[in-house]
Design a protein around this ligand. Structure first.
Ligand code: FEO
Ligand code: CA
Ligand code: CA
Ligand code: CA
Length: 737
């Protein structure tokens, strides 16, 4: 979702009273002594500033030939309707909305008349990973740089462009819903790069597959078979249908895709009397906490398309008479909100909903560096205002042979179905704790806000469990990614309009050390807007002892997004120049080949100056900078100071803008060939801000990309299309070198 249009991302439903700055301040002095005393000797040598050498790089650090200095010419900010990359680089479209994946499917006409999206590329390309395929096309070859399966998310739709004259009012015609529903989900697409050519879709490949909101899936982990998962579709609570609003991704160490279900709640509706129908039981507490209050309209109104079960399921009101919900869809929402594992190499395999990793607005899942004989961790963010950062720690210890096994989903079950879910608490002194979310935790067992029944209830209602233990409210955690050299985990915090100095409602949170900025946007000549964290930041953490299972960590803020001209004492705290400035970081991904940290934006604050963009970065490590103090004047005239550890400001060769996208798009999703010489990036929803009334007039479209480059039908006045592009260096070198 972009921020400025129909922004389901930017909704806060966290009214819990957790971790406001004053509480942190109150405990700060005592905690400082306590926590530092508990750290390993290496990290206490210099307060807050250990070097990597002092802390010790983990034995499994994978980076063999990192790029030390970015050599390309930075791309200027731009509002042109095109994708711009540095001189000496080329960009080509690989697959766009509607492109046929199978033989016999007509080319995309792009005039709103196309159908059969289960056989075509979906819309709103998002997170994406590269799965090398053997040349004989029988199975994995992770090192193949010419043939691969791209597995990617299709997060949402620009619905107006899917129909000849835009969307029809509700009740929605079934023919329109039948296009919109399968335009969501996930795609697995074989791509091949011939000698001297660029990557193309292998149309008709047996691997090509669309997973849609209709596709049968399995519930795994603690909630499998639980009472919360029983529906008319699956009375035994072990199955469900489909995946929706898939945002970030990651590639598991055993060669499968993890796809995060993000803003799923908005696709469903509850009638206005549903709280009463449910007897105001605890399911109402859960539904409200996950953003689905009674009477709320669904995003597309698919439930209005007829009595068929495939539409009916989008109305989750309690209408049945059974006690367990097996005669309606009152529990349907509990089957969404997970990390879903998909085996791209097995077209017949079912998506696996790994409930242990918690239910929230998932983005990516970053794996810890692996150490044989020790558990692994998966780091995750919950993207909604004032939500939390989580990690999963496997019960099983890593066995290197599991990376090669053919029964990939069984390996997934081994590491992702048994383990412990933790939530993060960030302290004001640059330390933090992971708090285990278990039914045995006294604060969870005795939580007054919700009566947890069992561990399944804890993971399905992870937000409520995290409220109970006092987790730290963050500025909308989007992607996270693991530095392949240091093992430190980076998190984008995209922005937060509800981050305040003076908190006046339960939906707001006060500035704190980990979310320290609240300021007004610097419009040229415009009104000063409401203060908040306008441009977002990137936080990173290092586990104590570099152990994935550690329960304490150190953190700092790697970068603050800002306009280059903004106040360096209050806003541009990372001293970004005009070649480096950005707003609303979202996608975040480390190259395993070059070590480059790719930062992608989904912005609505700086878009008067530039379309969304992608930057290349070469970060240092936690503690390489210094503590900065922000000073605020509160409404009552008193002063509020916030100390925050900030990474060293990047040099010109350590952070550069690499790409600017087409108009009204988001840049998201990133993967590469194993040699780092071809980089795949998604251009999501160019020109999505279109009113139904304006669909008939192409001159009113904000974007015509990629038709305006000659790709597909429509030419200079084409309807815009989400698309995957591939970027190569004209001299054949590594991207960013
Ligand atoms: Fe789909 Fe939070 O971005
Ligand atoms: Ca978006
Ligand atoms: Ca995102
Ligand atoms: Ca976003």
């Amino acid at each position: 979702m972009s921020q400025h249009h129909d922004d389901a991302d930017d909704i806060g439903h966290n009214d819990s009273p957790n971790t406001h700055f004053q509480q942190v301040l109150d405990t700060r002095l005592s905690r400082r002594g306590l926590v530092l005393g508990g750290l390993g000797a290496a990290t206490t040598a210099v307060l807050g500033v250990p070097t990597i050498a002092e802390a010790g790089v983990p034995a499994t650090a994978a980076l063999v030939n990192p790029i030390q200095s970015l050599k390309f010419t930075p791309v200027a900010k731009s509002v042109a309707d095109m994708v711009t990359v540095p001189p000496g680089y080329s960009v080509n479209v690989v697959v766009a909305l509607g492109d046929p994946l199978h033989k016999g499917v007509a080319d995309y006409k792009n005039d709103g008349t196309d159908t059969d999206f289960e056989l075509r590329s979906g819309d709103h390309h998002d997170g994406m990973d590269y799965f090398g395929l053997s040349n004989d096309r029988t199975g994995p070859d992770p090192l193949n740089g010419r043939r691969a399966l791209l597995a990617m998310n299709h997060e949402a739709i620009t619905d107006n462009f899917l129909h000849p004259n835009g969307v029809s009012p509700r009740p929605r015609p079934a023919a329109e819903s039948d296009k919109e529903i399968p335009a969501h989900g996930v795609a697995v697409i074989e791509v091949h790069r011939p000698r001297g050519g660029t990557f193309k879709v292998v149309k008709g490949s047996r691997f090509n597959r669309r997973i849609t909101p209709h596709t049968p899936a399995e519930i795994t982990g603690p909630a499998r078979g639980n009472a919360l998962m029983k529906t008319m579709y699956a009375p035994d609570g072990v199955a469900c249908r489909g995946t929706i609003n898939n945002c970030g991704t990651s590639r598991t160490p055993w060669g499968t895709l993890l796809t995060g279900e993000e803003n799923w709640a908005g696709y469903f509706t509850r009638n206005a009397n549903d709280n009463t129908a449910r007897g105001n039981d605890k399911s109402v507490t859960s539904l409200n906490r996950y953003g689905r209050s009674a009477g709320g309209a669904s995003r597309h109104g698919w439930e209005t398309s007829g009595a068929d079960d495939k539409y009916r399921r989008f109305d989750i009101s309690k209408t049945g008479v059974t006690a367990d919900g097996t005669d309606d869809y009152r529990n349907e929402l509990n089957t969404f909100g997970y990390m879903v594992e998909i085996d791209p190499y097995d077209p017949l395999s079912k998506p696996q909903k790994r409930t242990g990793l918690g239910r929230f607005a998932h983005e990516s899942g970053a794996f810890s560096l692996l150490t044989p004989g020790l558990p692994l961790a998966v780091y995750m963010g919950d993207d909604s205002r004032n939500e939390y950062i989580y990690k999963w720690v496997s019960k099983a210890t890593w066995s290197a042979g599991d990376a090669e096994r053919a029964d990939r989903l069984a390996v997934g079950a081994k590491y992702l179905d048994e383990g412990t879910l933790y939530v993060a608490k960030f302290n004001a002194d640059g330390t933090g704790q992971w708090i285990a979310l278990t039914i045995d935790h006294p604060a969870i067992k005795g939580y007054a806000g919700y009566a947890f029944a069992d561990q399944a209830d804890v993971v399905v209602n992870a937000r409520l469990a995290a409220d109970a233990v006092g987790a730290t409210k963050m500025d909308r955690p989007e992607w996270c990614a693991t530095h392949p050299g240091t093992g430190e985990i980076y998190f984008t915090l995209t922005n937060n309009s509800n981050r305040k100095v003076d908190v006046t409602s339960s939906s707001q949170a006060q500035v704190d050390a980990a979310n320290p900025r609240s300021y007004s946007d610097s419009y040229a000549g415009g009104p000063a807007g409401s203060p908040g964290n306008i441009n977002g930041h990137i936080l990173r953490l290092r586990e104590n002892g570099h152990k994935a299972f550690a329960t304490a960590f150190k953190w700092d803020v790697y970068l603050f997004g800002a306009e280059a001209g903004a106040d360096p004492a209050k806003v541009n705290l990372s001293s970004l120049t005009g070649d480096q400035d950005f707003s609303s970081p979202d996608g975040l991904w480390f190259s395993q080949a070059t070590g480059i940290c790719w930062i992608q934006t989904d912005d609505g604050a700086y878009t008067d100056t530039s379309n969304c963009m992608m930057l290349a970065a070469i970060p240092g490590h936690v503690g390489d900078g210094a503590t900065k103090t922000l000073s605020y004047t509160k409404a009552d005239g008193s002063t509020l100071t916030v100390d925050t550890p900030v990474g060293k400001a990047p040099k010109a060769t350590q952070l550069k803008r690499f790409l600017v996208g087409a108009r009204d798009c988001e840049i998201t999703g990133c993967c590469e060939t194993p040699d780092g010489k071809a980089l795949f990036v998604n251009i999501q929803h160019p020109g999505e801000s279109i009113l139904t009334a304006d669909v008939a007039d192409p001159n009113k479209y904000l974007s015509h990309w990629p038709g305006n480059t000659g790709y597909g039908a429509g030419g200079a006045l084409a309807r815009p299309r989400s698309a995957t592009v591939v970027i190569t260096k004209d001299d054949g070198g590594r991207i960013g070198s």
